[in-house]
Ligand binder design. Structure first.
Ligand code: PRX
Length: 666
């Protein structure tokens, strides 16, 4: 976006944070030159590089060939045999680390004395439990390749059920416990899944979420489900269908703990994970065994600089296992690195807004990974909450899921990181399996708002619609030009959609994967994500990234969060509409305060970004329409800005009442 490329100098590009000295000494990757050389090798000699890297993981049988690439189909580590559960769990036991802590689980409720409830599972515990549950699945007729639906709260049994599927080569399809019965039904049908693993309920902000009721409702709408295994967590009243429903403990008591891991082919399907499309039904993203195993472990090790066996290491990713972030960066990438991984059951502000910081202090967390939407919530709740706690154990902070605006980045850096933790702003997708663009803590000089540079093995570029690389700071389409081991292998049951969604923008022979994000690369080679391609607004012929307007609005100081969309404009083609959450009171529509604040914000945007980037509409609101995964539902905002009737599907919206409030906001 050449026209507005001057904006970031006032926002953040003059702020650079080199890696702290201690990282430069101990990190797996210690210098820019070291990173560059390894990156170059990984792209120019993938055979040699991946042969070495993949040898860090456990293979029952080594591969015959590193890669077969026939765009858009990749086969990695062809002929190799491996098992995701073996590599994550059993391997540690057989190498003598059975007593090391694998998972630290903390419940949301406190015990009777107000003390936290914490359970630790060693690798040995996890091996025994997954073996037993794998046998329980087998006893219910689950075979290799069958799709097992998992819809649970964040309890250790969720990790156990997931790993148990991997153990026997069943394909897990984990559904986030915040989703509705409709989402369960759609996914069960799409995956042709006959078995659901669930809980009676889960704790969230002191209340019980009725998971089993949702499963009952979903199962009633399809003939497919013949088995429901129920873990009793909350002791809430549930309905029971004889012959279909089984208690977890009964299923476990009926089997022994001998269940060797299946030797899976490297390209055997490991799991399906659904991701919502901007249109149409959710896509069942397919990941296979060997490539994902190597990718998850390597990216975890490098991004968070994990050191197996270092007793001070405690890693915590606050995501739910129902998202790819939880799959890769709670389980499959972290466990093989032999660093304890925390699973927290509940809400970040229960019983108080300092819950997470209290946990960081008690568990002496060293590596912490969360989302910008959470960081903005923490900012809103107030600095006093983190300041009550000693957060000095923290060494690396990560963020994922959406662009992090520089104000939130700086807050995270200062208030949580004490000004000396490298921040990894990790850009990736459900489809990519793991990190694609990210700072590396021992190497990268970070700049707030930039996800910096390609991961080892990632050939990323920003191109125009002809597929040619654009110039420095020019906006364009982000593409990945070469296959990588953790890439998706397709959309479950929908080959055409796979090709259409990711591979059709450029001639397929080119083999360019298109993630549908807009980006630019600055003079230091750092990537800046400008939002989804749909979120680049062409205003009077100028490309304007919605994200950069949002960051400017927030940088002005009175706004806590902003969402910017385009809408049809008679003169300019598209106009810019901004939905803003003020830090203080929300001024009433039509009031003098609203008019004054609008003027102030418009003037600031004009000054910082140029007149072309001034919002044409500004609305003040107390909340934005977000999906349960925290993403702003922009298509809805586009409809509201255009004054259209809301026709789009709002079923994944967290709070549906927001739609009416927003319509009334102007
Ligand atoms: O638009 C990008 C945004 O989230 C999309 C992927 O969403 P999902 O598959 O749900 O995965 C989220 C967890 C990996 C991307 O196409 N996104 C993700 N991380 C970032 C981001 N946008 C900007 N900066 C990021 N760090």
């Amino acid at each position: 976006m050449s026209e507005s490329s001057n904006i970031e100098s006032t926002l953040s590009e003059d702020r650079h944070f080199p890696p702290p000295a201690e990282f430069a000494q101990q990190a797996h990757l210690k210098s820019v030159d070291g990173y560059k050389a390894l990156h170059k090798r990984s792209i120019e000699d993938p055979e040699g590089f991946w042969t070495e890297e993949a040898s860090n993981q456990y293979w029952f049988k080594p591969w015959d060939k590193v890669l077969e690439w026939n765009a858009p189909d990749a086969k990695w580590f062809v002929g190799g045999k491996a098992n995701l559960c073996y590599n994550a769990v059993d391997r540690q036991v057989s190498e003598g680390h059975g007593d090391a802590t694998a998972i630290i689980w903390e419940a949301e409720p406190m015990d009777e004395r107000g003390e936290p409830i914490v359970t630790k599972l060693t690798y040995h515990d996890l091996m025994v439990e997954t073996a037993k549950f794998a046998n329980a699945l087998k006893a219910k007729g689950v075979k290799q390749g069958d799709v097992v639906t998992i819809y649970m709260g964040m309890v250790p049994e969720l990790a156990i059920a997931t790993l148990a599927c991997a153990r026997i080569g069943a394909v897990h399809s984990v559904i986030f416990g915040g989703f509705s019965s409709q989402a369960i039904k759609d996914r069960v049908e799409d995956g042709d899944s006959k078995i659901i693993i669930t809980c009676d309920g889960s704790y969230r902000r002191g209340k019980v979420v009725p998971l089993k009721d949702n499963v009952d409702e979903a199962a009633a709408q399809t003939d497919l489900v013949d088995t429901v295994i129920v873990y009793q967590r909350c002791n809430n009243d549930i309905a029971w269908t004889e012959g279909r429903d089984v208690w977890w403990r009964d299923a476990m008591n009926a089997v022994d703990d001998h269940c060797p891991c299946e030797e899976m082919d490297s390209e055997d399907l490991a799991f399906i994970l659904y991701t919502s499309g901007s249109t149409g039904k959710p896509k069942g993203i397919m990941h296979t065994t060997g490539g994902y195993m190597v990718w998850a472990a390597m990216t975890s090790r490098l991004t968070f600089d994990l050191h197996a066996g270092d007793e001070s290491e405690v890693y915590w990713c606050t995501a739910d296992i129902g998202w790819i972030t939880g799959h890769t960066y709670i389980l499959y990438g972290i466990l093989p690195n032999r660093v304890p991984t925390i699973m927290y059951e509940g809400a970040p502000n229960h019983p108080a807004p300092d819950r997470l910081w209290d946990m960081v202090e008690r568990h002496k967390v060293t590596k912490f990974y969360t989302a910008p939407t959470a960081i903005r919530a923490f900012m809103k709740w107030g600095d006093e909450h983190p300041r009550k706690h000693n957060l000095s154990s923290l060494k690396v902070l990560g963020t994922v899921g959406e662009p992090i605006n520089p104000e939130a980045w700086m807050w995270y850096h200062n208030e949580i990181g004490g000004g000396n933790c490298p921040i990894a702003d990790t850009w990736w997708q459900t489809e990519t399996g793991g990190h694609m663009l990210t700072p590396l803590p021992g190497v990268t000089t970070t700049t707030p708002g930039s996800c910096c540079q390609p991961m080892i093995g990632v050939d990323a570029a920003v191109v125009n619609s002809e597929g040619e690389e654009v110039g420095t700071n020019e906006g364009g389409i982000l593409v990945i030009r070469k296959p990588w081991p953790g890439m998706l292998r397709g959309i479950y049951g929908d080959r055409d959609r796979y090709i259409d969604t990711y591979w059709s923008k450029f001639p397929i022979e080119k083999g360019y994967y298109v993630p549908a994000d807009g980006a630019r690369v600055d003079e230091n080679g750092n990537f800046w994500i400008m939002g989804r391609i749909d979120d680049v607004i062409v205003v009077a012929g100028h490309n304007i990234g919605t994200m950069e307007v949002e960051s400017t609005l927030v940088a002005e100081g009175t706004i806590a969060e902003a969402a910017v969309v385009g809408y049809p404009h008679d003169v300019k083609g598209n106009g810019i509409a901004a939905f803003c959450i003020p830090k203080g009171d929300t001024p009433a529509p039509g009031s003098d305060e609203a008019a004054a604040l609008k003027k102030q914000l418009t003037a600031y945007c004009a000054k910082e970004m140029g007149a072309i980037c001034k919002p044409d509409q500004i609305r003040f609101t107390q909340a934005l329409p977000k999906t349960r995964s925290g993403k702003i539902m922009r298509r809805l905002l586009r409809d509201i800005a255009a004054g259209k009737e809301i026709t789009s599907d709002v079923s994944t919206l967290e709070d549906k009442s927001i739609v009416e409030k927003l319509q009334a906001s102007e």
